[in-house]
Ligand binder design. Structure first.
Ligand code: PXG
Length: 479
């Protein structure tokens, strides 16, 4: 997740500014950059070097395209930050927010009160989520969702009289957010280093990253099974009576779009059931259609006890997160007195109204179905046809409209570049200058476009990605 900015060679764009956009623009690019540098601290950034190179100022968006303050039209291969599932400029969502702000801009859900948008949203989520998920708790982000997960997990253990169940197991190179709990649950070393006071009783096992970490002649299935079995070893080491939950992203998003082989999740589920440990699927990226299923755990065929939701819940139009509780967990929480957790904006009416409009679009326009049967398979095939024998692509992972391309020095021998992150940055910069947003995680290039993307736009993304990856190979002297 490191956005090292010093290497970004930002090339002054050649395209003329779009007239419509210039009319809305209050200031010149130079003025925006100067004010941004003077007053704004960006997330996960080296501000000294970013201020020297200058940020790109994004001023508007429509469909799968962004425009910057110089009039460049950029294709968004990342749906913002993995969140703009219905694409930009959907009036239905703007109208829902406008209407709700006039009707009831805020009311809380603490004072034995509720309101129509949060009621409609909860009922709709219960309809769209798999059968055992009928109860939802709301917050403002994925990070807060995972904080909430910890609170529910511990409350659940208490209701079962299992007060010693304090530990939660997660994975190295997992990402679960940037609050203290989210950052501790995640397995990003560079985040842990900046957190002297982490949350207690959280431990990590290894990730199922076949290309980077499998040794010997293990097949992907054997490797994934071995990695899942680390969970059992860790539970036995800590003692099953001390372990409350395991949390993982069905596929790792920020960690590099790492898709475990089919053996992984069934084994994780078996182990969790065997030792009476709650299984949490962090669906913040995978939820709401990304893989072609409504939820990524459905793609991998397992049944979690809790699901963390955010991003695609509102397609990023307004902030909102949620936790879905399996009936057996919900029952325990509902029947056992106070649950001492909540946020001013839990179930915020405007966010809930936007979420309802967003989910209805995903459902009624059959956007998720299209990802599953049409655009998803097209995107995956196009990537594989284009990069299967590329001299620096070692693996193509993904399903639906999410993909990871592994850059490698020797793809057949599964040999990674010694300076992997630098190679990813080179490639990312070629994309950036070619007006494609493609994210680099170390030496993996990631794509996760809006789910409304059409085939022509997919062709454009893949062509631009090919240009950037070819240019990277050329710069490295590989052809
Ligand atoms: N869980 C997962 C799986 C995530 O991907 C969070 C929780 C936290 O959500 P909030 O809403 O608190 O950010 C995330 C967030 C990136 C990137 O560049 C990824 C995320 C956030 C910011 C940047 O890949 N994922």
């Amino acid at each position: 997740m490191s956005y090292r900015t010093e290497e970004v060679a930002y090339v002054q764009p050649a395209q003329p500014a779009a007239a419509a956009q210039a009319a809305q623009q209050q200031r010149s690019t130079a003025e925006y950059r100067a004010l941004d540098a003077a007053h704004h601290i960006h997330p996960f950034s080296d501000m000294g070097s970013l201020n020297r190179s200058g940020s790109r100022v994004i001023v508007k968006a429509q469909g799968v395209y962004l425009w910057d303050s110089d009039g460049n039209k950029i294709i968004d291969g990342m749906a913002g930050l993995w969140c703009v599932n219905v694409g930009y400029g959907r009036k239905e969502l703007a109208d829902a927010a406008y209407r709700q702000m006039q009707e009831l801009p805020f009311y809380n859900t603490f004072f034995k009160t509720t309101h129509p948008p949060v009621i409609e949203l909860s009922a709709l989520l219960a309809e769209l989520a798999p059968e055992p998920f009928n109860h939802f708790f709301y917050c403002n982000s994925g990070s807060e969702g995972n904080d909430t997960v910890l609170r529910i997990v511990h409350q659940y253990s208490a209701t079962q009289g299992k007060h010693s169940k304090k530990f939660v197991i997660s994975r190295k190179n997992g990402y679960h957010g940037s609050t203290i709990a989210g950052g501790t649950l995640g397995g990003m070393g560079y985040m842990h280093e900046q957190m002297p006071s982490k949350v207690e009783n959280i431990v990590h096992i290894d990730q199922p990253y076949f290309f980077g970490e499998a040794e010997g002649n293990l097949t992907p299935e054997e490797f994934a099974l071995a990695r899942a079995q680390q969970l059992e070893a860790k539970i036995l080491e800590i003692g099953a009576d001390n372990v409350a939950a395991f949390i993982g992203e069905p596929f790792q998003g920020a960690g590099g779009v790492i898709f475990p082989a089919s053996t992984y999740w069934p084994e994780i589920q078996r182990i969790c059931r065997k030792y009476d440990i709650l299984l949490v699927a962090d669906e913040v990226i995978g939820g709401f259609g990304r893989t072609g299923e409504w939820f990524a755990h459905q793609h991998f065929g397992f049944e979690p006890d809790l699901i963390t939701l955010a991003k695609g819940l509102t397609s990023g139009y307004v902030p909102m997160g949620a936790v879905g509780l399996h009936d057996r967990v919900a029952k325990a929480i509902i029947e056992n007195g106070d649950f001492n957790h909540g946020l001013t904006y839990s179930g915020h009416p405007v966010a809930a109204a936007v979420a309802v409009a967003n989910l209805k679009l995903l459902r009624d326009d059959k956007i998720v179905e299209r990802v599953k049967t049409d655009t998803g398979p097209y995107f995956q095939k196009k990537l594989r046809d284009t990069f299967a024998n590329h001299p620096i692509i070692g693996e193509i992972s993904g399903a639906g409209l999410v993909a990871g391309l592994q850059l490698a020095e020797d793809p057949k021998a599964r040999k990674r570049f010694a300076n992997g992150g630098e190679v990813g940055t080179i490639c990312r910069d070629f994309c950036f200058n070619g007006n494609l947003i493609m994210r680099a995680t170390g030496d993996r290039m990631l794509l996760s476009p809006p789910l409304v993307i059409n085939k022509l736009e997919i062709d454009e993304i893949v062509a631009k990605a090919k240009y950037a990856i070819d240019a990277t190979a050329q710069q490295l002297g590989i052809s």
